[in-house]
Write a protein that binds this ligand. Structure first.
Ligand code: PLP
Length: 422
């Protein structure tokens, strides 16, 4: 039976029958037992599906992956131990030394560093482009060895909206897939695959969990991209798997299968089953929390916009925002709870304001049930130079306010009293 998102949040992935636990059990076991060595050999040859070692597959992890896969509308989902691992694996599954990819420059600082510095050390080069440039300027970045295009649905921390349909068409025109990090919007507000995106990634640490209990990531394969000779890792025999060719053997699920059987096998980075259990509890209320985050953030953004102490506000739900039309197109029911704004005054004034807050807390985290703030230039993005900060769309005075699901009048009152004390 086809189910709506709300029902999938509760029932997706785990389908107990006949006296099985109603709640997803934590299979806290590294390994799984078989009666004959032949049974086990078939699993290693990828001839039969089954569990043998948790680094490759685990029933708790798989149930949660299946839920996220259903929410995003993919053919396969792989969970990772962090959002960083998800974005690394999503690209590394189709790029090797000597390859190149293109990314929006409006992305999370950690991803910016991963792509621009760490992957370069592996011989994978990337070009940062501003999604606001015209097509001609962006298309000039494609090279014969370009393997994918990457962007964030709503960028962290700038709050810019990525034009998924436009970049999916552009990527496909050049024969490569589009990868979208959908962390801030979540599938409740945007399903990138429906707009032509090929691979979706998540830091499940954020709204999906929602309670700051675990660090995790997810990669969802739409199954829609036609892998060709440009992607030999998928279309030619894998010597480390008895000459198996992923596209031939697994068809639409080739990308996700390779990711598990090759990258997870060789590099690890799986989530602990305990963490997947916690993530699943968060997912059960995602459809209730997201509308409340958006409703509260809308009120707070409108209040900030009218506030004489505020220099600027960036929230795509405000009609004055540059990305309002794109947000309405991709997220008609609301975007997320994260607002970027700047106060009039100096950098120190921003810090004083944050120090004056009561229950609104200063944390690195974002996209959580509790309202929290961060000054990226002094915290998450401090490894970036001023020039890189500007390139990544982060103003030095930018305060990232992640609006939670508390009473909105209380949130506004806390912001007000912190400003009054400045
Ligand atoms: N992608 C986005 C959009 C993020 O905001 C973050 C973290 O803030 C990440 C990826 C990295 O995720 P994690 O912290 O789970 O490794």
């Amino acid at each position: 039976m086809k189910k709506n998102l709300e029902t999938l949040c509760i029932h997706g992935g785990w389908h107990p029958t006949k006296g099985e636990p109603q709640q997803l059990p934590i299979y806290q076991s590294t390994t799984f037992r078989y009666e004959t060595s032949e049974q086990m050999a078939k699993l290693f040859d990828l001839e039969e599906a089954g569990y043998f070692y948790t680094r490759l597959q685990n029933p708790t992890n798989d149930a949660v992956a299946a839920k996220i896969n259903a929410l995003e509308g993919g053919v396969g989902c792989v969970l990772t131990s962090s959002g960083q691992a998800a974005n690394f694996y999503a690209v590394f599954n189709i790029c090797q030394a000597g390859d190149h990819f293109i990314t929006s420059n409006n992305i999370y600082g950690g991803t910016y560093n991963l792509f621009g510095v760490t992957m370069k050390k592996l011989g994978i080069e990337c070009t940062f482009v501003d999604p606001d440039w015209d097509d001609e300027r962006i298309e000039a970045a494609f090279r014969p060895n370009t393997k994918c295009f990457f962007g964030e649905t709503i960028s962290n921390p700038g709050g810019n909206v990525f034009d998924i349909e436009r970049f999916a068409k552009m990527a496909h025109k050049h024969g490569v897939p589009l990868i979208v990090d959908n962390t801030f919007a979540t599938p409740i507000n945007c399903r990138p695959i429906e707009w032509g995106c090929d691979i979706v990634t998540h830091s499940t640490t954020k709204y999906m969990d929602g309670h700051a209990t675990q660090v995790g990531g997810a990669i969802i394969d739409s199954g829609n991209f036609e892998w060709d000779e440009k992607f030999p890792g998928l279309t030619t025999p894998d010597e480390s798997y008895h000459g198996l060719t992923y596209t031939k053997k697994f068809g639409r699920a080739a990308y996700a299968t390779k990711l598990v059987s090759q990258l997870m096998r060789d590099l690890g980075s799986i989530p602990a089953p305990q963490n997947s259990f916690l993530l699943n509890l968060g997912l059960e209320t995602l459809h209730l929390r997201m509308p409340r985050h958006c409703e509260n953030a809308q009120r707070v953004a409108e209040w900030l916009e009218k506030n004489p102490r505020v220099a600027w506000v960036n929230y795509c739900g405000l009609p004055s925002n540059k990305y309002y039309a794109l947000a309405k197109k991709y997220m008609p029911n609301g975007s997320c709870g994260v607002i970027a704004f700047g106060l009039k005054g100096t950098r120190e004034d921003a810090i004083k304001f944050m120090d004056n807050l009561d229950f609104v807390s200063i944390v690195t985290h974002v996209a959580d049930a509790r309202t929290c703030v961060l000054h990226p230039a002094s915290h998450t993005h401090r490894q970036l130079s001023d020039e890189q900060l500007r390139e990544a769309g982060v103003a030095p005075d930018l305060i990232r306010l992640s609006v939670g699901i508390e009473n909105v009048e209380d949130i506004i009152a806390d912001l007000q009293q912190a400003m009054d004390k400045m």
